[in-house]
Write a protein that binds this ligand. Structure first.
Ligand code: NAD
Ligand code: ZN
Length: 356
């Protein structure tokens, strides 16, 4: 098992990564100071039902209360937040209690926000179960959705630990696996050209990926995210680079209707778009054609032509990086070298028309 340490203003926390990492739960809990008084597991109902025996074998020792939440994004509603808060109150959690979050990014975001706000903040441990969660479980962003905007009610609240047991990934559907892996590729593009080359050389399919190579990829993804969030915990600067592919990607995701296309599929389309803008505005010399062929082999779409450009632009103007009416993109001058650059509507439209 690998341990990666992450520093934050609230202290350093470990990410324990490996097959069977859940075995370290007890040890992690013992190491927390002050000692934990009680536990509430907030779990994605699908994940819990698939892995009940395995999870219970660890929970029984803790005498934890269990609160199940709907699968995926539905968990991030005000309604589910209120119910989870109710469960925490009914379980009698106090200031020294710990919330355990079992599931993908959605459950982690909800449970983290419950932990951030219950009695003005108690500790929580992330037990992520998706590939995407190598990204979402690290960095301390927690949030729920408002009907008018995704992640619009949230807080920075760092976990006390992340226990990332790859055994859970065995049941993850391929489309969710692919969604999460897009963020691994994003991490390589923004920070590590050698890692990207390794991926492009070794990976021909996301089905039945070699477990050791998968763990290596998750570890590199976590390390890259760590390096960025340690520099900029509250997203005042370089943390925005993690948004590579997300300006256009979010527009595609929102236009398609959240939940109809996975987040990572949209981000991949957004990254291809941002690579072309990078070539135009920053002379990026990276071979985009080979990259497109490779991701198509992995089962990703590389372009999205269903929406009229103007509608995508209207959505992009609402992106949180936009200042005034100026859309700002994370671009690459070379792989591993991101920058935040203003891009005009005309330039974006040119790229849109260029993509065949
Ligand atoms: P998810 O939590 O939405 O889960 C996707 C689906 O996979 C659900 O149906 C879930 O039940 C299922 N699932 C999860 N683990 C499984 C497993 N092991 N076996 C079988 N099924 C499983 O997916 P996600 O992609 O991990 O998370 C997306 C969320 O993460 C979004 O809400 C996004 O806003 C958030 N996010 C947060 C951050 C952050 O920094 N906090 C970063 C990126 C994304
Ligand atoms: Zn993302």
């Amino acid at each position: 098992m690998e341990t990666i340490h992450i520093q934050s203003s609230q202290g350093t926390y470990p990410v324990m990564l490996g097959d069977g990492a859940l075995d370290s739960l007890n040890e992690v809990i013992q190491s927390l100071n002050p000692a934990c008084t009680s536990f509430l597991l907030i779990a994605d109902e699908t994940v819990y039902s698939l892995h009940k025996a395995y999870v219970d074998s660890y929970l029984d020792q803790l005498d934890a209360d269990i609160h199940l939440v709907p699968s995926g994004e539905q968990a991030k509603s005000f309604h589910c937040y209120e119910k989870a808060m109710g469960a925490a109150l009914e379980a009698g959690l106090d200031r020294h209690s710990v919330i355990l979050a079992l599931g993908g990014g959605a459950t982690g975001d909800l449970a983290g926000f419950v932990a951030a706000t219950y009695m003005r903040g108690i500790r929580f441990i992330q037990i992520p179960t998706t590939v995407l969660a190598h990204d979402s479980a690290v960095g301390g962003k927690t949030a729920i959705n408002h009907p008018l905007g995704k992640n619009m009610t949230g807080s920075f609240h760092q976990p006390s630990a992340v226990i990332y047991d790859s055994r859970f990934l065995d049941t993850l559907p391929l489309n969710e696996f692919r969604s999460g892996f897009a963020e691994v590729i994003k991490h390589a593009l923004i920070a590590d050209g050698t890692f990207l080359q390794e991926l492009m050389r070794s990976l021909r399919s996301l089905e039945k990926m070699d477990p050791a190579f998968l763990l290596y990829c998750l570890k590199r993804g976590i390390e890259i995210k760590r390096d960025i969030v340690e520099l900029d915990e509250k997203e005042l600067g370089v943390r925005a680079f993690l948004n590579f592919g997300h300006t256009y990607g979010h527009a595609v995701e929102a236009w398609s209707g959240y939940g109809n296309k996975t987040h990572g599929e949209c981000v991949m389309i957004g990254m291809v778009f941002a690579l072309y803008v990078s070539r135009h505005k920053r002379n990026l010399s990276f071979d985009i054609d080979s990259f497109r062929l490779w991701i198509k082999q992995l089962g990703y779409d590389d372009v999205f032509k269903s929406a009229p450009f103007n509608e995508l632009l209207t959505i992009m103007k609402k992106d949180k990086k936009t200042i005034g009416k100026e859309v700002r993109f994370v671009l690459l001058s070379e792989v591993g070298n991101p920058e935040l650059v203003p891009v005009s509507g005309e330039e974006l439209e040119e790229t849109f028309l260029l993509l065949g």
